[in-house]
Design a protein around this ligand. Structure first.
Ligand code: TLP
Length: 360
């Protein structure tokens, strides 16, 4: 609902542009229709035909044997860690990865594993970095059992792993006997950027999770995919963490529509992000690394304005432009299906005006 705001003595209609995350997307009319008509059953008995169809479709799209529908990406990652990694073992992951940074320490609380973080470059590790993190077998060290990777990488700004590098890193982990889990919350954004099927990006990983409730705009859910026997073990762990649902076909139906109708349109979000990035990059005091704006995120460093990013975000919110500060210097702008090309231009205009006001 547009708000009316008094600005410079005139009345202007304030457009609300929500760029905090693609998680704010709302379901499409086709999703709501599919939800209303979904055939359902008790999924704990394996009797929900819609959930089964979603799990099978997700597995097929990612080139894996089986899938498991879960309430959230966080739970999917937690179940993956619980299922791959022995209690007391070490899990290697990038220092800014979502699993380490944003999942409330679930891997320590529930999976009882030891995180071993490695600082990457733009969210990517190199084979050398992983080799250096692998410690020899020794009574003093926890044995490493799992490597977790993230594509696209959230805190790096939606960056896409170069495929060769991804595969080389996975090979190093496999050679050392580690399993590899890919947090592919936005794997379809990566696939669209590379012009490759998501299954190609998922090929060498042992398990992959992706979110239906981000750019694909379904209201709830993520899917974890992998080998059939591994998914059976993950299903038990989903029950452990209370994530087994009953007539979940009602929400899974929207997930099916998301996979059928929302993947190719992600290119539009990427184009909007690129346009926004180019507009922000020319605002004095704001800096954007244009080379790394690859998908639906823009990271803007506002330290040149002499104001902390959370304070600048509050100023923007007062003008109807919602963004998240990801650290004291950087703001994250995320484009998605509920943000138009015009919204993006308006957001950039508001940033330029507020930036100018900071400088006076
Ligand atoms: N990311 C959210 C916040 O939690 C930061 C966002 O707004 O980007 N993996 C990755 C790479 C993610 O970005 C997210 C969500 C998750 C996992 C968790 O998914 P949910 O929110 O479904 O638990």
């Amino acid at each position: 609902m547009p708000k009316v705001s008094p600005l410079r003595g005139e009345l202007r209609v304030m457009r609300r542009v929500d760029l905090r995350s693609d998680t704010v997307t709302t379901p499409t009319p086709a999703m709501r229709e599919a939800m209303a008509e979904a055939e359902v059953g008790d999924d704990v008995y394996g009797e929900d035909p819609t959930v089964r169809r979603l799990e099978e479709k997700a597995a097929r799209l990612l080139g894996k044997e089986a899938g498991l529908y879960v309430p959230s990406g966080t739970m999917a990652n937690l179940i993956a860690v619980m299922t791959h990694a022995r209690r007391g073992s070490e899990v290697i992951l990038e220092a800014d990865s979502h699993i380490y940074y944003y999942e409330t320490g679930g891997m320590a609380v529930c999976a009882q594993v030891m995180p071993h973080t490695v600082k990457g470059e733009r969210g990517f590790l190199t084979p050398e970095m992983v080799k250096a993190a692998l410690r020899p077998s020794n009574l003093h060290f926890p044995p490493a059992t799992l490597l977790c990777l993230e594509n696209t990488h959230n805190r790096a700004g939606g960056t896409v792993w170069p495929l060769e590098q991804l595969e080389a890193v996975i090979d190093v982990a496999h050679d050392a006997g580690l399993a590899v889990h890919l947090d592919g919350a936005r794997i379809f954004n990566a696939a669209v950027h590379l012009g490759l099927p998501a299954s190609r990006l998922a090929e060498r990983a042992d398990s992959v999770m992706f979110c239906l409730s981000k750019g694909l705009a379904a209201p709830v859910g993520s899917v974890l995919v992998g080998r059939r026997d591994w998914i059976a073990a993950a299903r038990r762990n989903r029950k452990v963490v209370g994530g087994a649902m009953r007539q979940a076909g009602v929400i899974a139906a929207a997930g099916l529509v998301a996979l059928e109708t929302m993947v190719s349109r992600l290119a539009e979000d990427h184009a909007n992000a690129r346009d926004l990035a180019e507009r922000l990059a020319v605002v004095p005091g704001v800096s954007v690394d244009l080379e790394w704006v690859q998908t639906n995120m823009v990271m803007a460093d506002v330290s040149g304005l002499g104001v902390a990013a959370p304070d600048f975000a509050r100023r923007l919110a007062g003008r109807g432009v919602l963004v998240n500060a990801v650290d004291p210097h950087r703001l994250r702008f995320v484009t998605h299906k509920d943000v138009t090309a015009e919204d993006v231009r308006e957001a950039a205009r508001v940033v330029a005006e507020e930036a100018a006001a900071c400088r006076v």
